[in-house]
Design a protein around this ligand. Structure first.
Ligand code: SF4
Length: 325
């Protein structure tokens, strides 16, 4: 499989002034293959959304690189860069309520990308919008209505049509179902799954729900305090997590089957997540890790491949001293 997106030692921080910085993304390296779905999980504040936005040029890149189809993307986007890359790389946002301009009709929202990035006539844009509204399960005559006239699930379908009308190759799905009722989450996931296969999309799927990520993703990457601590095939990471943080994250994931939930030992993470302004030396998880060793407090573990994992079908990478050497 060829890589569509290659992330190398990517860093994103936000200056707070007086020499202080929020280290939102720190030294992240990750490849995403063509037509692959990589799920990205971690607690709130772990840097998942910032990573997704940085990939798309919505944040500048103070250090590290992102390549798309072998083409290194600019560290800081100018208008011409958005014009060049936006048709190929799009985002589906978390909140279908705030991400749609309430003053624009659905037709204007969904067709905006074509008006900005194509030479289609007004009639052609209108036809494309009608086609995409149908494709995401809405009606062509919805294009004259406004976002407030739709339910949350319908608004997310509008957001999906807006992102996909340009037929991008790569889409960042930033918690696309977390603001929706449970009853419509599966509908939106099934729609994304169908569109992924029919359009040959490559997705970075950001979510809290590990069961959902396991269901939709080929591989799963686990983020903690701005860094990736484990990555591997989604089902293998879910069923045989290696990093102590992944084990706790999997253990604390709600089990939809009440019988299994009752049998399962509940797992909670002790302690507070450190401040991203004052990243601790050594392993970032050391103050919460049940397996912490002396070296963990001084030496930063690298994300390295596990060499001997029987039966695994893709290399597993883990950043933990328990597996070093
Ligand atoms: Fe725990 Fe040490 Fe591994 Fe960090 S490096 S996860 S503190 S065992």
């Amino acid at each position: 499989m060829n890589n569509l997106v290659s992330i190398n030692n990517l860093v994103k921080y936000f200056d707070l002034g007086r020499g202080q910085r929020v280290h939102a993304v720190d030294n992240v390296t990750l490849d995403i293959g063509e037509q692959e779905i990589v799920g990205l999980v971690g607690e709130s504040g772990s840097g998942k959304s910032t990573l997704g936005k940085t990939l798309l040029g919505l944040h500048d890149k103070p250090a590290g690189t992102v390549s798309f189809k072998g083409d290194q993307l600019p560290g800081k986007y100018r208008a011409a860069d958005f014009q060049k890359y936006a048709p190929h790389m799009q985002m589906i946002f978390q909140d279908p309520y705030s991400s749609l301009n309430p003053r624009m009709t659905v037709g204007e929202i969904v067709g905006e990308g074509l008006r900005l990035h194509s030479d289609q006539s007004t009639a052609q844009v209108r036809d494309s919008v009608a086609e995409w509204l149908t494709r995401v399960g809405l009606e062509p005559d919805h294009m004259s209505r406004y976002p407030h006239e739709f339910s949350g699930g319908q608004r997310q379908r509008i957001g999906i049509a807006r992102a996909l009308i340009l037929q991008p190759e790569f889409v960042v799905c930033d918690e696309p179902i977390s603001a929706l009722d449970v009853s419509v989450q599966a509908q939106v996931i099934n729609l994304l799954d169908e569109l992924k296969h029919s359009l040959g999309l490559t997705l970075l799927f950001i979510a809290h729900d590990l069961s959902m990520v396991r269901y939709v993703s080929d591989r799963m990457a686990v983020m903690y305090l701005g860094s990736i601590v484990e990555v591997g095939r989604a089902d293998e990471v879910f069923f045989t997590p290696r990093h102590p943080y992944t084990k706790i994250l999997v253990g604390s994931n709600p089990e939809p089957d009440p019988n299994l939930e009752r049998q399962r030992a509940s797992t909670t993470i002790e302690g507070e997540i450190p401040s991203p302004v004052n990243i601790p030396a050594g392993c970032r998880f050391a103050n919460r890790c049940p397996k912490v060793m002396d070296q963990c407090r001084t030496q930063t573990p690298e994300l390295l491949p596990l060499t001997e994992v029987a039966g695994e079908t893709a290399p597993r990478h883990v950043a933990c001293h328990l597996y070093a050497g």
